[in-house]
Every structure is written in structure tokens, then in C-alpha cells.
Ligand binder design. Sequence first.
Ligand code: THU
Length: 145
Amino acid sequence: MKSTTDLIALARAAALKAHAPYSGFHVGCAVESTDGQVVTGANMENACYRLGICAEQAALSAAQHAFGLRNVARVVVAGGMLADGAIGGCDPVTPCGGCRQAIHEAAALSGRDVTVISASATGDAMQEMTIAKLLPAAFGPDALD
Ligand code: THU
């Protein structure tokens, strides 16, 4: 397992690879598996605005391919506005509602709660939550049994 500091560094590095020319808000996400594998992703916007995808969903898709959604243990998100070639901002980036739903899918598959760590662009501010706390009373795969 990587340290939280290392995972935040990976999420921040991923944010630099975002394609976010429309909002200017660059988000990176690192997803760690229960056995310490890590994949990353970043938000990818589109000229057709509504087709943009969030960093968490990009990283979760990579996680499914690398080690399976059911093995997701920690999701780390970091980012902020790009200005003068650097990503800035003091507030931790918490996953949007849709991304919480996507993280819940991973948690529901294994029956394990998933840790969600949000960091600011600089990595100075961070908060740790769980998906159950971020998305209480969630709709999930069990509803479709
Ligand atoms: N964004 C993410 O990538 N993840 C989130 O959880 C919040 C928002 C992206 C979507 C869009 O490209 C930009 O940030 C501004 O909303």
C-alpha cells in the first residue's frame, strides 16, 4: 500500500494531464486496489460540453481494467483551476454526485466501504471520508436483484 502522501502526489500529477480547456478546472484521481496497485485518470472535457467525463470515472474505468472494481480500496482526488501553467487552489476537491455514485458501485460489489481522500491542488489541504459517508442511502446494484 502506498502512503496517502504518495497517492495525493499521483492524483496531482494526473491532474496535469487533464483535458479541461472549457472549465479550466483540472482534476486528477488515483485509485488504489486492496493489494496496492494504483491507476490514475483525469477529467476529459469535450467541445460538446455535456460529454465531458470526470477524473474519478476515468480512473475507475482504468481500475476495472487493471484489477477490477470490486478490489478498489482507496480513491484519491486532487485538483483546482489552471493558471499560468500551474494548478492552484486551497480547497480539497470532493467528488461530484455522479462520481460518488460510481465509487459506490465499486464499494457495493465487494461489500467493503471505500476510503475517499480529497486534496487541494497544492496537496496542503486534505480530508478523508468514506463513500458511505459521502453518499448515504445510496442506490446500488442490490436494488436490481
Ligand atoms: N470534475 C471532476 O473531474 N471530478 C469531480 O468530482 C468534480 C468535477 C471535473 C468535471 C469538469 O471537467 C470540471 O471538473 C469542472 O466541473
